[in-house]
Design a binder for this molecule. Structure first.
Ligand SMILES: Cc1cc2nc3c(=O)[nH]c(=O)nc-3n(C[C@H](O)[C@H](O)[C@H](O)COP(=O)(O)OP(=O)(O)OC[C@H]3O[C@@H](n4cnc5c(N)ncnc54)[C@H](O)[C@@H]3O)c2cc1C
Length: 387
């Protein structure tokens, strides 16, 4: 292929959603370039599949509200199951300051329209999660519409509909550089040759920074390894086990999809430093089990399912919020830096990018606070409820 109107670099969940939303708006000549032989090999295929509206900032809450509503209709809209399961998210606090923080967030979430969200008294928590060690827990918050989706299902649904509407995908096509002339996008250079284009959307996940540099754009994204331990219990877990998160340490666990005995657990390992390493590190198993043993003895009695344990990359920005929209290079658009929330925010992201590209701004939701220039203007956002 020698020419396309719009090129999307990266065929993960974000690229697929942008392609879907562009084609639903009538864009015909949309081309996704994916370096792997199949989609989903980046962070999308590694994700836990959690969706939640329990955030601190207005923008994250609004992105989640829109996206969770979207997941409710996803199967009808795309013909592919996204697996949305509203099992709930329980955040718990282990000191008064954390509990106050959760209370403030719940008030804000309610004011912004989040339904079925409550703070929960420490006494209630053992009823929500039986067998949890609650002796140091001061309280928590529970969002009943938070829950799980299947990231690869969402990827498939967006891609299928985009392709039906005319989008094309070239796999095993690695973009080497974004070409510009007089401050405007002209083409991309790939391992299979040069492709001229009018617009480029950079949605290459944790690998976006180097590509942005080829167009002389400084994109502050750091890759960071995140690991998940998958384990199996002999006994059934309680029915309707939600996602459970220790706000202080970030230790969290969720039941595996369609299983009453399997569980995923993890925490943000402070020993990790920025790198592109995605090898699962065996020593993480011991570390996470130490946390599990303390917090939930029923997790400590599980056996590791080694072949399902995995490591992937978060694509972190300095303020843990996405970077969405245009930049100094005309017709170069960014959809990057989701800092662990890219799967759950993919519907809102795709729509925002399509509206920014076709209408000049996102009309359904003001995402201007997520633009790249917030870093130069020192207008960083503040969110503590990231894990
Ligand atoms: C362990 C783990 C758990 C997570 N849990 C959650 C969760 O519960 N909920 C949630 O919302 N998010 C979660 N995330 C984050 C989420 O996975 C990401 O934010 C999301 O997948 C980002 O999607 P993406 O399409 O931008 O990136 P990716 O899925 O990484 O897609 C980028 C694509 O670009 C391709 N690419 C890269 N460079 C090039 C190039 N030069 N040329 C062509 N193609 C290129 C890659 O091959 C890849 O397919 C988790 C992440 C990890 C690692």
């Amino acid at each position: 292929m020698k020419k396309a109107e719009i090129i999307l670099i990266g065929g993960g969940i974000v690229g697929a959603s942008v392609a879907f939303h562009l084609t639903m708006r009538g864009a015909k000549d949309v081309l996704i370039l994916e370096r792997e032989s199949e989609q989903g090999k980046g962070s999308t295929g590694k994700a836990t599949g959690g969706v939640r509206a329990q955030f601190e900032t207005d923008i994250n809450i609004k992105m989640s509200l829109y996206s969770i509503d979207y997941f409710k209709q996803f199967d009808d809209l795309t013909g592919v199951e996204c697996g949305y399961e509203p099992r709930g998210y329980l955040f718990f606090a282990t000191d008064e300051a954390q509990f106050e923080y959760l209370k403030r967030n719940v008030e804000k979430q309610k004011a912004l329209g989040v339904k079925d969200i409550e703070t929960v008294d420490a006494k209630i928590i053992p009823e929500i999660v039986r067998g949890l060690n609650c002796e140091d827990i001061t309280g928590g918050s529970f969002g009943a519409n938070d829950g799980f989706i299947n990231p690869l299902g969402v990827l498939e649904g967006f891609t299928k509909k985009a392709e039906e509407a005319g989008a094309k995908i070239l796999r095993e096509t690695k973009v080497l550089a974004i070409e510009t002339k007089y401050g405007k996008v002209t083409a991309v250079e790939t391992n299979r040759g040069r492709i001229e284009c009018e617009k480029v959307v950079l949605c290459a996940g944790a690998w976006a920074r180097e590509l942005a540099q080829t167009a002389k754009i400084d994109l502050p994204i750091e890759p960071l390894k995140r690991q998940i331990v998958w384990a199996k219990s002999r006994e059934n877990f309680q029915e309707n086990l939600p996602m459970v998160i220790d706000l202080g340490s970030g230790f969290h666990f969720r039941p595996a999809k369609d299983s009453t005995k399997e569980v995923l657990f993890a925490y943000p390992d402070a020993d990790e430093s920025s790198s592109f390493d995605t090898n699962f590190d065996e020593s993480f198993i011991k570390k996470v089990y130490e946390k599990a043993k303390k917090r939930a003895p029923f997790l400590a009695e599980t056996e590791v399912v080694r072949e399902k344990c995995r490591a992937g990359l978060y694509e972190n920005t300095p303020d843990h919020h996405a970077i969405l929209g245009g930049c100094e290079i005309e017709n170069l658009y960014l959809a990057n830096g989701f800092s662990g929330h890219g799967v759950m925010h993919s519907p809102a992201t795709g729509r925002a990018l399509a509206e920014i590209m076709l209408d000049g701004k996102a009309n359904f939701l003001d995402v201007s606070c997520l633009s790249l220039d917030r870093f130069a203007k020192n207008e960083l956002l503040h969110e503590t409820a990231f894990i």
